[in-house]
Design a protein around this ligand. Sequence first.
Ligand code: COA
Length: 260
Amino acid sequence: MKFENVLVTRKEPVALVFVDRPNKLNALNRLTIEELHAALEDLDADPRIKAIVLRGSGPKAFVAGADIAEFAGFNSKQGRQLAAHGQETLFDFIENLGTPVIAAVNGFALGGGLELAMACHFRVASHNARMGLPEVSLGVIPGYGGTQRLPQLVGKGRALEMILTGGMIEAEKALEYGLVNYVTALEDLEGFCLKLAEKIAKNSPVALLHAIKAVNAGFRSNETGYQAEIQAFGDCFSTADFREGTTAFLEKRRPEFPGK
Ligand code: COA
């Protein structure tokens, strides 16, 4: 399959998938989300592929978030649809994929980018990686599962600090938090993740699929949390703060939020 914003390299029994939009720091627009779904669905259906590594193109970013330019003009209904469609098409899809997916976090993983990494089965970061959920600086909240998966991975207090400050943490801090399993040099990251994928690929594909299912089943009680996130994400879109936050980003200035 040929894609505009996604690149797939097969190294059977593993595959490398690149989010390939480096001039926008691999920001996730609608097309990229659809293409990632199609690429992963295709690899999952291929019995020769037993594990997948997902990374961003270029040395600077894994994914710098959802595409702010694309959603800046949305209303609440469109905001809810954006979150619901994205969660279903990509984020929940990856989490429940039978083929293990390792996120190789090779730079900025912000907003939807960190949410994408968190939807993968586990994460490895390079030293230059910076991770955060900066949505509140735009007048919105994480909408691709971030309010649910971040507390699962790092605990409620650390998650709330990250979500409420909107700040970025460095790779070493992410390691300490358990958000990533390893930190490597940037040039070693891909090889390190491919080795882990090859180790996984030696195991029974059927057992891998069932292991993922069983682990995910333990977190099902969060299902209403994801629905609450979609509702609250949409509500943000009808606020003057959201209008100001996204406009300020696109105009490359600091926002002045009107507030409550
Ligand atoms: N959505 C849309 N475009 C984005 C983007 C996003 N999330 N993140 C980066 N870009 C674009 C920039 O607008 C810029 O495009 P341009 O060259 O056409 O102006 C290009 O990618 C390069 O980014 P730039 O901001 O110039 O790089 P930088 O090194 O100065 O800063 C970041 C890097 C990651 C700190 C900065 O891009 C950023 O803050 N991005 C948004 C992060 C965010 O809020 N994500 C959550 C979205 S919900």
